[in-house]
Ligand binder design. Structure first.
Ligand code: TTP
Ligand code: MG
Length: 364
């Protein structure tokens, strides 16, 4: 395999940056896109925050009430999803002018494969500057880019100099590039796994890279090998359209935490109906139904079931979610949020899929 040139593009504070572009009076100010803070009593979450707002410690997925406490004077706005999608499409169209080998992985993120289109990584850096410039000229927004020999390292790189960054990891320097980063940056390592790895004595990606791979496999199973490869900067996954995550979801945050199963079951019915409606509108069906439950202490659980056929009927979605809910043990805790997602989507009549999970929370 020739040395590959993989670019990861990620827009900076995407939703908030769009709001600042469309409302010049918001520029240079802390802007928080998300639920209504209701003067500190709001119960949804932050979708994203402008870099000015991040200085107050505000970040994505934080309860909006907490954001409000950190910075009550910020500008709080609800999301305008159709506007974000419109710009997202425009950005992806710009990227397609650089290579047809592109994989969009979320509303503001994509991988590009420039192998064979540029001579080496120095030329790739040049191309990276042109990509950033074109995005800026045609949308008014800034992107951060990472360039490396594979997807994992490119994605890590794009994050290092945000906002408006361009970071190149030259071929052969992957291991060194990753060594000092915390293990949380490894793909697939969430909070729980990170704790487990810390107990095993690993703190940085370099700690894992140095370990004997057989030892890791003994302790973690076959996943240990995957982890060892990533830690050593080895990732052979191609940039391809086929692994694009496609899902659609809807969720409700209760105004007060709920423990009455009847209320939950009725809410699930409404969610299933809403979801089925938007799936039919978009002309999509799916095979996997996932129930999401967030408890009063913010512990979040999901339960999934995959069907042999594609569905989008409210009754089917509802009955699957209901049986998942009935089998779920809340252990005496109240429920804060409930949601349903459908993934493994298919198209009806070849319509273009919506690539984006629906973010944010809906209040009731
Ligand atoms: P991200 O790329 O994760 O974040 P960002 O673009 O806002 O900021 P950064 O500069 O760090 O990349 O997500 C893209 C958009 O997706 C973000 O603008 C809002 C939305 N989003 C949510 O609605 N909820 C979330 O929890 C996250 C992480 C993102
Ligand atoms: Mg982003």
């Amino acid at each position: 395999m020739p040395t590959r040139v993989i670019v990861h593009v990620d827009m900076d504070a995407f939703f908030a940056a769009v709001e600042q572009m469309d409302h010049p009076e918001y520029r240079g100010k802390p802007v928080v896109v998300g639920a209504d803070p209701m003067a500190g009593r709001g119960r949804g979450v932050v979708s994203t925050a402008s870099y000015e707002a991040r200085q107050y410690g505000i970040h994505s997925a934080m309860p909006i009430s907490r954001a409000y406490r950190l910075c009550p004077q910020a500008i709080y706005v609800r999301g305008r999803y159709s506007r974000y999608r419109e710009l997202s499409r425009k950005i992806m169209d710009i990227l397609k002018t650089f290579t047809p080998i592109i994989q969009q992985i979320s509303i503001d993120e994509a991988f590009l494969d420039l192998t064979g289109r540029v001579k080496d990584h120095a030329e790739a850096e040049h191309a990276g500057r042109r990509i950033k410039q074109k995005i800026r000229e045609e949308t008014g927004l800034t992107a951060s880019l990472g360039i490396a020999t594979n997807k994992f390292v490119a994605k890590i790189a794009s994050d290092l100099e945000k906002p408006d960054g361009l970071t190149v990891c030259p071929p052969g320097e992957e291991k060194q590039f990753l060594a000092d980063l915390p293990i949380r940056k490894l793909w697939g390592v969430g909070e729980k796994t990170a704790k487990k790895l810390m107990r095993m004595g690993f703190r940085t990606i370099g700690d894992i890279a140095k370990t004997d791979q057989l030892d890791l496999v003994r302790q973690l199973g076959s996943w240990g090998l995957q982890l060892w490869k990533l830690a050593n900067g080895i990732d052979n996954r191609p940039v391809s359209g086929t692994s694009v995550r496609k899902s659609i979801s809807e969720e409700t945050t209760f105004l007060e935490d709920v423990d009455d199963p009847q209320i939950i079951e009725e809410t699930l019915k409404k969610i299933a109906e809403g979801l089925a409606h938007s799936m039919r509108q978009k002309g999509i069906k799916g095979r996997t139904v996932t129930l999401k439950i967030r408890l009063e202490d913010f512990e979040t659980h999901t339960r999934s079931q995959t069907l042999p056929e594609f569905i989008n009927e409210a009754e089917t979605i509802h009955s699957l979610a209901l049986s998942q809910f009935r089998a779920f043990k809340t252990k005496g805790k109240k429920i804060r949020l409930i949601g349903i997602g459908v993934s493994q989507l298919n198209t009806i009549g070849g319509e273009q899929l919506s690539l984006f999970p629906l973010y944010g929370e809906k209040k009731m």
